[in-house]
Design a protein around this ligand. Structure first.
Ligand code: URA
Length: 196
C-alpha cells in the first residue's frame, strides 16, 4: 500500500506542471528509498547532478549526507530521501513560495504514506515548510511535533561546504537523532530494519 502510494506520487511528479520549475528540468526528482523507513529525510531541492539523474542527493551534498547518516547509525537504504521541491530551481537558487506551495502536497503524501518515526528536516527551507515562524539556530537538534508527526531539524549538509564550523554541530545533531530513534523504538540499541 505504502509502495503504491509512493509510486503514484512519483508518477505524478514526473509529469507535473504545477509550477514554472518544470520548464527547466531535465528530470524531476520525486525522492527514493525505503517505504518502511523510520526516517524521512527532506532537503531543499535538486541540484545539477540530481536533475541529470532524477535521484536525490547524488552530488557532493549527498556524500556529506551519507557520512552524517552513518554518524546517526543509519544507512541511505534504510531511509527515504526527498526534497521540498522536486524540480531543480535555476542556478540552484532557493525555491520560491509559489513553487514550495505547489510541491507541498507531494511531500505531505510521501510523509503520510510512510508514517516515519521522525521527519529529518535539512536546512532552513525544509524547516520553514512545516514551522514557518521558527529558525534553525534555535530549533536544530530538537524534536518538534506538528499534527502528531515528529520533526527533527538540522543544518543542510551543503552548509558545511561553505561553513566548516557547522560540521561539529551537524555531527552532534545526527548523534542526537540516533538517540531519538532509539528512544522511540523503546530500546537502547535501535534494531536494524530488515532491508533488502
Ligand atoms: N540538495 C538538496 O537539498 N537536495 C538534493 O537532492 C541535493 C542537494
Amino acid at each position: 500500500m505504502t509502495e503504491e502510494a509512493l509510486a503514484r506520487v512519483a508518477a505524478e511528479v514526473k509529469t507535473c506542471e504545477r509550477c514554472p520549475l518544470h520548464l527547466g528540468r531535465k528530470k524531476a526528482v520525486p525522492g527514493e528509498g525505503n517505504s518502511q523507513a523510520s526516517v524521512v529525510v527532506v532537503g531543499e531541492g535538486p541540484g545539477a547532478n540530481e536533475d541529470e539523474q532524477g535521484r536525490p542527493f547524488v552530488g557532493s551534498a549527498g556524500k556529506i549526507l551519507d557520512a552524517l547518516l552513518a554518524e546517526g547509525g543509519l544507512e541511505r537504504r534504510e531511509v527515504f530521501i526527498t526534497n521540498a521541491v522536486k524540480c531543480r530551481p535555476p542556478g540552484n537558487r532557493r525555491p520560491r513560495k509559489g513553487e514550495l506551495d505547489a510541491c507541498y502536497p507531494y511531500l505531505r503524501r510521501q510523509i503520510d504514506a510512510i508514517a516515519p518515526s521522525v521527519v529529518l528536516l535539512l536546512g532552513d527551507t525544509a524547516l520553514k515548510e512545516f514551522f514557518p515562524n521558527r529558525s534553525l539556530g534555535e530549533m536544530h537538534g530538537t524534536v518538534m511535533v506538528r499534527d502528531g508527526v515528529r520533526y527533527f531539524p538540522t543544518y543542510h549538509p551543503a552548509s558545511v561546504i561553505y561553513n566548516r564550523s557547522l560540521s561539529g554541530t551537524l555531527d552532534e545533531d545526527f548523534r542526537k537523532l540516533c538517540g531519538v530513534l532509539a528512544r522511540s523504538s523503546g530500546l537502547t540499541q535501535r534494531p536494524r530494519l530488515d532491508v533488502k
